[in-house]
Design a protein. Structure first.
Length: 200
């Protein structure tokens, strides 16, 4: 795992660090959130964009498809219940450890991929962003789903290994070992910060 370079115009993209998802991870979630917060502060200090993404899957087309292990309500009754329950439980609320600043870009997605049917790519292109640093939960779901799309769109991708986690260790290891090295570079929060461009 090694970061060789961070593009001059790079954005930090934090995936699904929300109350309904950022829990029950294979790494201590408080450590993952602390690293993500450190990254966000470092990017802001460097004058680089910070993107905070959350997911609200209720009513999404993929949730209507047949699957063996549904992860979102599939019928209208359950979807109606979820729409009422989510605001009460704070499912989509960003965790308090991640402070949202007025300069941050906020994205709501419906799928694993933060680029699909959102304004993320358009907003990054307006800022002439060519690289992204990814962190978040879960590694094998939202982070990997977004990374695959980012790769297809031609972004240089860096993964913050200690600012991401999963609910399943094997899934985390598979993404980190078999998928991410083929589409980007992997490093720790400190490694990424040490490569941030100076005097942007």
């Amino acid at each position: 795992m090694m970061i060789t370079e961070i593009d001059k115009n790079t954005a930090l993209v934090l995936i699904d660090l929300q109350k309904g998802i950022a829990k029950d991870t294979v790494h201590p979630v408080k450590d993952v959130l602390a690293k993500a917060a450190i990254l966000a502060n470092a990017f802001r200090l460097a004058g680089l964009p910070v993107v905070i993404v959350h997911v609200n899957p209720v009513g999404a087309d993929w949730a209507k498809a047949r699957v063996e292990k549904p992860s979102a309500p599939q019928n209208t009754v359950l979807q109606t219940i979820a729409k009422v329950a989510m605001p009460i439980t704070g499912f989509t609320d960003i965790v308090p450890e991640i402070i949202i600043k007025p300069s941050d870009i906020l994205i709501e997605k419906k799928t694993w991929n933060a680029f699909f049917n959102t304004s993320l790519h358009e907003q990054l292109q307006k800022l002439k962003v060519t690289g992204i640093v990814l962190g978040g939960i879960s590694t094998s779901v939202g982070v990997e789903g977004t990374a695959r799309a980012a790769s297809e769109l031609g972004y240089n991708i860096s993964f913050a290994s200690d600012a991401t986690s999963d609910k399943i260790l094997e899934a985390y290891n598979h993404s980190m070992t078999n998928i991410f090295p083929r589409i980007g570079e992997i490093g720790t929060t400190q490694d990424i910060i040490s490569h941030l461009p100076v005097g942007k």
